[in-house]
Write a protein that binds this ligand. Structure first.
Ligand code: IVH
Length: 668
């Protein structure tokens, strides 16, 4: 085939593939079988390989994912990506309506839309060509995820008009794709995503676009950033224009002339929400006229002409089949409700912690009961209450056992505790859980060594204590079921790397009663080495601000134990580091930083650094990071989607910073 023929065929293929793609992914009306589409894509890729000059930016072949990136470039949003104020009930909606009415009078209409639960992205088109797509980031600076976005089939690579514009929308993972992705992850022994939103965000943050391409993401566009430059007069007209250009917009939107109709729309979707093939977390209500939007204006964070109504946590009814007992690292025996699997807020729920016997009594939970389930904070399933009037008489009351379900030693209820504990330090369940804790993220952070592999190693008696982890060899690992050559090598490598961890990770990993990650850090900073800490007296320990009597006792008792001394020796000879490697804390007097002596609260999603990193840096500069806002708070740093803590700060008149401002101050 010569170049001219190839060029013609490539053009034909573009046209056909774009049409099929649009019919399938935007209109939801496929006109050819998938196999035919795949065959044409294949033909196109082959032609592009033979004639590289014919490969263009908008080629449908880009949908399969291009080359792997090292990192995402930062993108400045010329027009900031704001967020929305929230409404949680009817009264909040009526208040919003009153504010609008006061500002623009009575002649206006609302547009109500579904609030898609995914992540906000911005797409830039130049002369109709998709040039760049970015995450929201902190609203001003996001990340360039163009190659990943190109794999979303409903994003047009070329528009039907040669316009230059920036559009915004929500990228998301449909419920079905989410379920099958998680199923595959679980089968591979990987941690499943908590919800479709995290799955979508995780997929778009993959450096390998082929990975993103395999994740079946979708998008609904909901606004044109530079709408003022176009000859458009209302939001709804803007959405129609997006449709005409070939974008996918959500068709459940509705124009509502009054707040009564808005409320009716909201109530309707509370009912219909579970039947949607994607997750929504609320309804967005917008004033339609662009002139009126302009008149209402925006605050620093959000427009005054729109509000997000957030749904209350979804509740569902299911049957409690039985109650399972598990023994934790510290010997606490926890009852867990095993449920008839049921869909709640995007995932299948089949277990919910019942915490302790008191809670079971209080809620009068019986085996066989119909129970109401919800996800607290939309993540952790809990039993809200029991539907006692649906009882048949076959339900059975539950009482906690008197002996440990794993080792059969007698359980004890310590003074002032609601929990029952197994006190046997040799209890296999406690040892196994202790090992899982040792390798976990905040402790030794050994990649590839999750709950499953630890349980396998423990069951096979390949590890009995944490020192045994450092004696594992390739030959031992490869015996394990489903352990491949590569995983075994990676695992050994990760174990090796963990030897260099700074002291606080090891200390936390050892699981000394009452010593959390924070105390482990303080202790490591104060004593510098494990042997110094092991020598510390109760008095020396309690002299430290954050260390109370209970913790001091527990530390002294721990290091007094012969088994502990032996274990530490073994770890030392395995080459595990016993020294603190981080920077020393700065005392308030020594620091000339802005943060010295200040109490800071971090809230919302930080985009440029993790909360832990921010906290570390602030503490390095002599500041304190607290978990909740009070009169004592000096400063609140609000990331994306900050909620009640931000509101509280505003109420108390506390200074609020954006993440950017924080970064600026930290880099001084
Ligand atoms: S309008 C000025 N419409 O909800 C902000 N947002 O804080 C314009 N979202 O992160 C947002 N569905 O990504 C709008 N139909 C919709 C939406 C929507 C989901 C997200 C958006 C933003 C958050 C609001």
């Amino acid at each position: 085939m010569d170049l001219q023929m190839a060029e013609q065929r490539v053009q034909e293929l573009h046209q056909l593939l774009n049409q099929y793609n649009y019919e399938y992914h935007v209109l939801d009306k496929p006109s050819v079988p998938d196999a035919e589409y795949d065959q044409l894509i294949h033909e196109l890729i082959q032609l592009e390989e033979a004639f590289p000059g014919l490969k263009t930016l908008d080629s449908p072949s880009q949908r399969v994912g291009g080359s792997i990136l090292d990192m995402f470039e930062k993108v400045q949003h010329e027009i900031p990506m704001l967020s929305l104020g929230n409404a949680f009930n009817e009264q909040d909606l009526r208040d919003f309506d009153r504010r609008i009415r006061q500002a623009v009078g009575d002649r206006f209409t609302y547009v109500c839309e579904l609030k898609i639960d995914g992540l906000a992205v911005s797409l830039r088109y130049e002369n109709g060509l998709f040039m760049q797509g970015a995450t929201r980031g902190d609203g001003t600076i996001g990340e360039d995820i163009t190659s990943n976005l190109k794999t979303i089939r409903s994003i047009p690579l070329r528009l039907k008009d040669e316009v230059t514009m920036e559009v915004r929308g929500e990228a998301f993972m449909p419920k079905k794709s989410f379920e099958s992705l998680n199923q595959a992850k679980v089968e591979k022994g990987e941690e499943p995503f908590a919800n479709p939103r995290n799955a979508a965000a995780g997929s778009l943050r993959q450096l390998d676009p082929k990975m993103a391409a395999s994740r079946n993401l979708d998008i609904y566009l909901y606004s044109i950033a530079n709408i003022g430059e176009l000859n458009i007069h209302s939001h709804s007209q803007g959405l129609t224009y997006l449709d005409e250009l070939g974008f996918k917009t959500n068709k459940e939107r509705k124009t509502c002339p009054t707040i009564e109709e808005v409320i009716e729309y909201v109530d309707g979707w509370v009912e219909k929400r579970p039947s949607l093939p994607y997750e929504i977390d609320g309804i967005v209500i917008k004033v339609d006229s662009l002139d009126q939007q302009k008149e209402l204006g925006t605050t620093a964070k959000s427009p005054r002409w729109a509000i997000a109504y957030k749904f209350p946590a979804e509740e569902v009814v299911t049957t409690l089949k039985h109650i399972e007992l598990s023994v934790g690292r510290t010997g606490v025996v926890t009852p867990t409700a095993i449920l008839e699997p049921v869909q709640v807020a995007g995932t299948t729920v089949q277990r919910a912690s019942l915490h302790n016997e008191d809670l079971i009594r209080e809620k009068d939970i019986r085996i066989g009961d119909q129970v109401v389930i919800k996800k607290a904070g939309d993540i952790i399933p809990e039993v809200v209450n029991v539907l006692a009037d649906r009882r048949t008489g076959d339900e059975m009351e539950f009482s906690m056992p008197t002996h440990c379900p794993e080792c059969e030693s007698e359980l004890v209820r310590l003074e002032e505790e609601v929990a029952l504990r197994c006190m046997n330090p040799k209890c296999p369940a406690q040892i196994r859980e202790g090992l899982i804790h040792f390798v976990s993220r905040n402790a030794m952070n050994i990649d590839g060594l999750g709950e499953k592999v630890i349980s396998q190693l423990f069951a096979e008696k390949l590890i009995q204590d944490v020192a045994d982890l450092y004696k594992l060899t390739y030959d031992l690992l490869i015996q394990l079921e489903r352990m491949g050559e590569k995983s075994a090598n990676n695992l050994l490598q990760a174990i090796e790397v963990s030897k260099d961890n700074s002291l606080e990770k090891l200390l936390f990993g050892l699981g000394i009663r009452h010593v959390g990650a924070k105390a482990a850090k303080t202790l490591s900073q104060t004593f510098g080495t494990m042997s110094e800490l092991a020598k510390a007296s109760r008095e020396e320990l309690t002299a430290i601000n954050e260390i109370g009597d209970k913790m001091a006792d527990s530390i002294v008792t721990f290091f007094d134990m012969e088994e502990v001394q032996e274990l530490l020796e073994e770890l030392v000879s395995a080459g595990v580091n016993m020294e603190y490697k981080g920077p020393k804390p700065v005392s308030v007097e020594d620091s000339d930083s802005f943060f010295a002596g200040k109490t800071v609260v971090l809230t919302g999603k930080l985009e440029q650094m993790s909360r832990n990193e921010a906290k570390d840096q602030i503490e390095q500069l002599g500041g304190k990071v607290a978990g909740s806002v009070s009169k004592k708070t000096d400063l609140v740093v609000a990331g994306a989607d900050a909620g009640s803590k931000l509101a509280k700060a505003e109420e108390l008149g506390i200074e609020v910073w954006s993440e950017e401002k924080l970064l600026e101050e930290l880099s001084k």
